[in-house]
Write a protein that binds this ligand. Structure first.
Ligand code: NAI
Ligand code: MG
Length: 327
């Protein structure tokens, strides 16, 4: 079965790393078709809108999307695109790679984060002069969906350790519901897991990251803890992510448009190529996904390296080295 990939490079280094990842996908023995669309700062200045309707439709119609990054218009592009794919879960694998300097070289964990609610509900108001409130929204449906995805992901990818982050001792109603829903899904699946208070977990992650596998978390906790994870493995150029929806999904590097290096041809394409590997996994091409990941790992181990990793290589030579490992 052929799958359609919407390709939205965006701005800055998005225009360099996304084509590199598409070139990698094109060397594989999988049936994919590509539809190219525009979004971001340049699109806004040319067409008045950062996210044109055609792009929104292309993403909605495609099986999967590969997105780069948008500049100043990032919030006008990526938040609506995540809702176009109706994404209830954000997956962020955080791995240390041999050959790359990392604070915690044994790290191999995956954050599975609720992607739509919690304190990011957007429901804020000024109730009196100098007093503002925020409504934290937690639903059983989203909590169960994230839990099911997290347990399934752990099972499918051989992670024995599943941790549920929460603060139900304080946020009794909202995190109480989240924890309850996750525990019910875990019990139904006969899954083994631990629950941890998210503040204690932050400390444990710094001290013993190698003891963790899949971490299921509410939205804000996942946002904060996954950036902590990025700090453990040392590099924005290395972190991929997936926004999983009910019918389709969007894959993107965690980094932005890197205006300081954009146009110089030295952006590290690894995060985007690893995002393409997640895209393959989502489409059921597990073997090809693993091959791509291993090819990136081999290049990270042996070089060539772009300047962010201490080397002098170009985006294209890293792309070519990855492709050489695949063919
Ligand atoms: P950034 O991730 O673009 O850059 C931070 C630093 O990391 C820079 O020094 C950059 O050169 C470096 N870096 C990032 N990715 C790299 C790569 N692949 N290879 C080598 N070095 C890399 O974050 P920053 O500077 O905070 O934001 C720049 C622009 O990107 C802003 O306009 C922001 O709005 C946008 N942005 C967009 C995002 C999105 O579309 N999802 C996410 C984050 C930022
Ligand atoms: Mg964040």
């Amino acid at each position: 079965m052929s799958h359609e990939v919407a390709v939205v490079p965006g701005d800055g280094i998005g225009r360099e790393v996304v084509p590199a990842a598409v070139d990698v996908l094109k060397t594989l023995d999988v049936s994919l078709s590509f539809v190219h669309s525009e979004a971001g700062d340049k699109t806004k200045s040319q067409r008045g809108k950062a996210l044109p309707d055609e792009t929104r439709e292309a993403v909605a119609d495609a099986d999967v999307t590969l997105f780069g990054a948008a500049g100043e218009t990032a919030a006008d592009v990526i938040l609506p695109l995540r809702s176009v794919v109706n994404s209830y879960v954000n997956v962020r694998p955080v791995r240390a790679y041999p050959g790359v300097d990392a604070v915690a070289p044994k790290t191999d964990l995956v954050f599975v984060r609720e992607n739509t609610e919690g304190v990011y509900s957007g429901i804020e108001s000024e109730v009196a002069d100098g007093v503002r409130t925020l409504t934290r929204v937690v639903t059983e449906t989203a909590s169960k969906a994230v839990a099911s995805f997290g347990f399934e992901y752990a099972n499918h990818n051989g992670y024995e350790q599943v941790t549920v982050a929460h603060k139900a001792n304080v946020m009794r109603e909202t995190d109480g519901l989240f924890l309850d829903a996750v525990e019910r899904v875990g019990a139904n699946r006969n899954a083994s897991y631990n629950t941890e208070l998210m503040d204690a977990l932050a400390m444990e992650l710094v001290m013993h990251p190698e003891e963790y596998g899949v971490i299921i978390c509410p939205n804000l906790a996942g946002d904060v803890l996954s950036d902590l994870g990025a700090g453990l493995v040392g590099g924005l150029g290395l972190l991929p992510s997936a926004n999983i929806g009910e019918e389709n999904a969007l894959f993107e590097p965690v980094h932005g448009t890197a205006p300081d290096i954009a146009g110089t041809g030295v952006a590290n394409p690894a995060a985007t190529i690893l995002s393409a590997a997640l895209l393959l996994e989502y489409l059921g091409h597990d073997e090809e996904s693993t091959r791509v990941r291993q090819a990136v790992e081999a290049v990270l181990a042996d070089g060539p390296h772009t300047p962010d990793l201490g080397g002098t290589a170009s985006t294209e030579s890293v792309r070519d080295a990855v492709i050489a490992r695949l063919t």
